[in-house]
Design a binder for this molecule. Structure first.
Ligand code: SF4
Length: 202
């Protein structure tokens, strides 16, 4: 049932024209991963490689993400990965407010269908969006990364664990140690919470 809902959602995203990004994309990039999934990663927007393939995190940032997941014993196919907007902004510019608003319903439906225990926004924009969605005060990613924040009374079982965006490591190598430590903390959290992560290919 949920799989069918996901397929329908992906179909809607593939032909979506709700914002101007539909005019310049090659492929929409809905995201991928098991449904349900205990871990839900949210990036900013598709880049060039993602636009060409229709798959999330397949470029350099994707390689960094896969390497980080591997350090805590996870494959990318065990977690759900998507982004705030599903179509590539031209020249990889930051998504605009109206584009984020237009695309927000898709992300909400994905979270609803996936029913994660941990949301992992990657980078400033994703972190701001998730915090604002749950009515939480915005705390800069430089202060909140690697910390567990509960989503609120209405979502007792859902927690947020922001990390830097994997692409930040490629632009700012000193962040490599920080993001590595944050992923090790994430690995410990997964163990503490006894999260069962299912491989999509099972
Ligand atoms: S970014 Fe989102 S809202 Fe805009 S066209 Fe793509 S799928 Fe539709």
């Amino acid at each position: 049932m949920k799989q069918e809902a996901v397929r329908n959602l992906n179909r809607d995203i593939a032909i979506c024209t709700r914002c101007r990004l539909s005019l310049t994309r090659t492929n929409a990039v809905p995201g991928e991963g098991p449904v349900p999934s205990a871990l839900f990663f949210i990036g900013e927007a598709p880049g060039r490689n993602e636009d060409l393939t229709g798959r999330p995190f397949v470029g350099r940032a994707g390689h960094v993400l896969e390497t980080l997941l591997a350090t805590i014993g996870l494959q990318r196919s065990s977690v759900f990965i998507t982004s705030i907007v599903k179509c590539r902004p031209p020249e990889n510019r930051i998504p605009r407010k109206d584009e984020i608003a237009a695309c927000g319903g898709y992300l909400q439906t994905q979270i609803h269908l996936t029913a994660p225990t941990l949301l992992v926004p990657m980078g400033r924009l994703a972190s701001e969006l998730v915090f604002s969605h749950f009515g939480l005060p915005n705390i800069p990613i430089g202060r909140i990364h690697g910390q567990l924040v509960y989503a609120g009374k209405s979502c007792r079982d859902l927690a947020i664990f922001p990390v830097y965006h994997p692409a930040a490591v490629t632009h700012n190598p000193p962040l490599k140690g920080t993001i590595f430590e944050d992923f090790q903390a994430l690995g410990r959290l997964i163990e503490e919470k006894g999260l069962k992560l299912r491989d999509e290919q099972e």
